[in-house]
Write a protein that binds this ligand. Sequence first.
Ligand SMILES: [Zn+2]
Length: 250
Amino acid sequence: MTIEIVRCLQDNYAYLVHDPATGETTLIDAPEAAPILAALNRLGWSLSRIYITHHHNDHIGAVPELVEKTGAKVYGAEADAPRLPPLDHAFAPGDTLPGGAEVLHAPGHTIGHVAFHYPDRAALFSADSLMTHGCGRLFEGTPDQMFDTIERFNQLPDQTRILSGHDYATANLAFAAKYAPDPDALAARQAELPVLAEKNLPTTGTTLESERLLNPYLRCHLPEVAKAAGVPGGSARDVLAAIRRQKDNA
Ligand SMILES: [Zn+2]
């Protein structure tokens, strides 16, 4: 299985997941048609399906054009169907989709947000839930929901790659630096990000293991993080809520 990362719009990532054995290709989220069609053309892949993580326009805006031009089938959450483009297949958390993706419930950013986990590929397409060095804004859900979502992901194997919906790594790392990250991991990543930017390489795809050293939302149980968040002795849930609130006001 090959994963192609496609930059879209200002700072979105879409993903093409290609299975050479079957020749099938799945798109995870559809922010913008042109770069996705260009990538398919360059790679010689035809689009079989589109999986939708959540209803925001920068994740579904290109679905109609892509369906028209490729004939791809659209998969989205049954619970969110009224605010998604027309679905060919409605799924629910716990389902396994063609190509082997497991649907994980991931509310917080929106109520209906899902993530797609490919266990064989150790890849988690998390969109705007858990992100590189951060997490998505709580537009609809509660801090408790985001806490449970991130805890669910935290049970996955250490080497699981977190493939999120946006390139926010630099801003997220600057914010994460205030919450007692592992100093060596922080220094290494601070050195790496400008190099990636210079080469126009993606920042997404860090492992769960490395996020546990840097991402404050995976470190809410640590006393030093609680202290940095201004809630010393607070529960991990309180710490997540405090950090997310501080990010919203940053
Ligand atoms: Zn969103």
